[in-house]
Write a protein that binds this ligand. Structure first.
Ligand code: NAP
Ligand code: 3JN
Length: 333
């Protein structure tokens, strides 16, 4: 048995993803020797609990990675651009949660249930996909293997935690203000998020889609390893704290019945089928927050197409959508 313990750095340790990263490392008993918590200058000196220890946060610099073997980055794409190469130069393997390296052909983009074989192709950096992509591809992959997916149409219902710690606070504050009969203007989001749905996540591109939507399109093809899969996404921010939901319609070359899809998905790693509509049983973010699997329900044959399945899935964006997937990659390493 390998009893080696690793020196780990968590970059963005004070953020929504970073905090869950520490929880997941602890829960999964990742063999940590030394842990380094890195964030901006503003957080330097602040103490964060890891297991029974109180670890001081250090300011991220190019010198932060001496002796570090695994660096988990979630401090925004710009920090990954600047500091991931420094970490690799110091000898660390970087697992990057940002979009910066995801579509770089020299960087594997990995969901361990789908393409674990890509991990060994890394040259120092492995990218973690976007949270909405991760939740979807663990469900698409077994369907693709069985019946070849031609086209996917997806609408997401994304919780505010996907936009970071300040966004979680904004939903709390706006909700409390509404209860007091007051109106709190938006800061993090372009519009009020309490009691609203915002059909924009990230910036718009010239093709009318947002960057978040195009992440789902491009990352899905790369992870599943089939550029012919057509994806059209609409990403919507909803007033939910944790877990992203997705309504997905999947056109396949070979027709699958709803029963066959239910059977396929019940055996798929990382997927739990929770699908008993007559008993009002289907996945909801309120139940899936804190879990690591993607939960799937409402599996049905698309009435409007001879060979398509519609389903509903829910996955915790901070756990499987970010931290758990990154720690699983570190475990594979
Ligand atoms: P967050 O709650 O806003 O946290 C941001 C983190 O980045 C904080 O720890 C912050 O440190 C740190 N940071 C910001 N500027 C920095 C700087 N100049 N130097 C060092 N550290 C800096 O955001 P989050 O939700 O945790 O997300 C963080 C990043 O993870 C996102 O930008 C995104 O790239 C990625 N992400 C990925 C997924 C995914 O789908 N895989 C999901 C969500 C987020 P301070 O507290 O000191 O400011
Ligand atoms: O909004 C969400 O629900 C997920 C957001 C992810 C995110 C937020 C800011 C920057 C990303 C990401 O992971 O793609 C990024 C980024 O790294 O570009």
């Amino acid at each position: 048995m390998n009893s080696k313990k690793y020196n780990v750095a968590v970059v963005g340790a004070t953020g929504a993803v970073g905090k869950v990263m520490l929880e997941v490392l602890g829960e999964r008993k990742f063999p940590v020797n030394r842990i380094k918590l890195l964030a901006s200058e503003n957080s330097a000196g602040k103490k964060i609990k890891f297991g029974s220890q109180e670890i001081p946060v250090e300011q991220l610099t190019e010198k932060s990675f001496e002796g570090v073997e695994i660096a988990l980055f979630s401090a925004g794409a710009e920090r990954s651009r600047v500091f991931a190469p420094a970490a690799v130069k110091s000898g660390a393997v970087v697992i990057d949660n940002t979009s910066f390296y995801r579509m770089n052909p020299d960087v594997p983009l990995v969901v361990p249930e789908v393409n674990p074989q890509d991990i060994k192709k890394h040259h120092g950096i492995i990218a973690n996909p976007n949270c909405s992509t991760i939740g979807m591809v663990v469900v698409l992959n077994p369907i693709h293997k069985a019946a070849r997916i031609k086209r996917v149409v997806v609408t997401t219902f994304q919780s505010v935690s996907g936009a970071g710690a300040t966004a979680i606070q904004e939903l709390k504050d706006q909700t409390a203000a509404w209860v007091r009969g007051e109106n709190l203007p938006p800061k993090k989001f372009a519009h009020p998020i309490a009691f609203n749905c915002i059909p924009q996540i990230d910036d718009f591109l010239d093709n009318g889609y947002t960057k978040e939507e195009m992440k789902m399109v491009n990352e899905t093809k790369k992870i599943i390893g089939d550029p012919s899969i057509q994806v059209s996404a609409t990403c919507v921010r909803v007033p939910v704290f944790f877990a992203h939901s997705e309504s997905v319609t999947i056109e396949t070359e070979k027709k699958l019945s709803a029963r066959e899809v239910r059977e396929l998905l019940s055996k798929a790693p990382g997927v739990i089928v929770y699908d008993e509509p007559s008993a009002k049983k289907y996945p909801m973010p309120i139940d899936v927050g804190g879990k690591d699997e993607t939960f799937v329900g409402r599996i049905r044959e698309d009435l409007s197409h001879p060979s398509a399945i519609s389903l509903w899935l829910v996955s915790d964006n901070l756990r499987k959508g970010a931290a758990t997937n990154a720690v699983q990659i570190a475990e594979h390493l």
